[in-house]
Design a protein around this ligand. Structure first.
Ligand code: ADP
Ligand code: MG
Length: 248
């Protein structure tokens, strides 16, 4: 593996009696494209929440590069380089795709820009470049809420990328997207990540997508990592076939 960009050590968190993280330890190397698979309720989304500061662990630590981020607020973590695209896209549905991206750029620039207008030539240029990178140039003026699901996912990722992350966390990027659209969607995502040198961690249910796009796959079960490795190898593991692939 390349130098670790994200490192989690022994993370624990319970909700009621449920151990949503039960000693999660893992590393993601710089430039890797890693998939997380596992049954519903096994704690995949919880792990993303722990990495982004939305949930604090009762035990364990998270590092981004050399910096410990375990107890930082979500905004502070985002500023240091972890962005997230949600399972359900979080766009301003009544605004154009371009406005959504410019708003994210303005947010990244911080409070000193709060008094400045949102629509500025430099924001417009940067947003346009990102939209082209995500193959959304033709949809810049489309109202976000009217985009079909696949394009909405790409718009959501564009907004996340406008924060200029080192690491992008994607929670089920292909859910709700038709089987035919999934590969083109992933092709576009991969191209964008590679072009910008972004490391990505994505939760995915579609094993064809995992096999075709992930450098490495990490398998979750009951709040912890149960297996990991190259997709072709992991998919042969009888425990994975029984507990994950069979029930996904
Ligand atoms: P996955 O993404 O693998 O389907 P989740 O991480 O969403 O699983 O959930 C793991 C377990 O933790 C589930 O039992 C879920 O109900 C519970 N859980 C997750 N987040 C919360 C929360 N914020 N409050 C209470 N329970 C939660
Ligand atoms: Mg989930």
């Amino acid at each position: 593996m390349t130098k670790p960009l994200l490192r989690a050590e022994n993370l624990e968190i319970s909700f009621g009696g449920i151990r949503a993280a039960n000693g999660v330890s893992l590393e993601i190397g710089e430039g890797e494209f890693v998939a997380i698979i596992g049954p519903n309720g096994s704690g995949k989304t919880t792990f993303l929440n722990l990495c982004t500061g939305y949930i604090r662990p009762t035990r364990g630590k998270v590092w981004l590069g050399d910096m410990e981020i375990t107890r930082m607020a979500p905004r502070a973590i985002a500023r240091r380089g972890i962005a997230r695209a949600f399972q359900i896209p979080q766009l301003f549905a009544d605004h154009s795709v371009l406005d959504n991206v410019m708003l994210a750029i303005a947010a990244r620039r911080g409070i000193w820009d709060a008094l400045n207008p949102l629509d500025r030539p430099d924001y417009r240029r940067e947003a346009g470049e990102l939209l082209d990178l995500l193959d959304l140039g033709a949809h810049a003026d489309t109202i976000a809420g009217t985009l079909p699901e696949g394009l909405r996912k790409l718009a959501d990722v564009t907004v996340a990328m406008a924060l200029d992350p080192k690491l992008l966390l994607l929670d089920e990027p292909t859910s709700g997207v038709s089987a035919l659209e999934r590969f083109p969607l992933m092709d576009t995502l991969m191209k964008a990540m590679r072009t910008r040198g972004i490391t990505a961690l994505f939760v995915e249910h579609d094993m064809d997508i995992v096999e075709n796009y992930a450098d490495r796959v990490i398998v979750w079960e009951a709040g912890k990592v149960m297996a990991e490795g190259k997709p072709a190898d992991v998919m042969k593991d009888p425990r994975v076939l029984e507990n994950v692939v069979g029930v996904a």
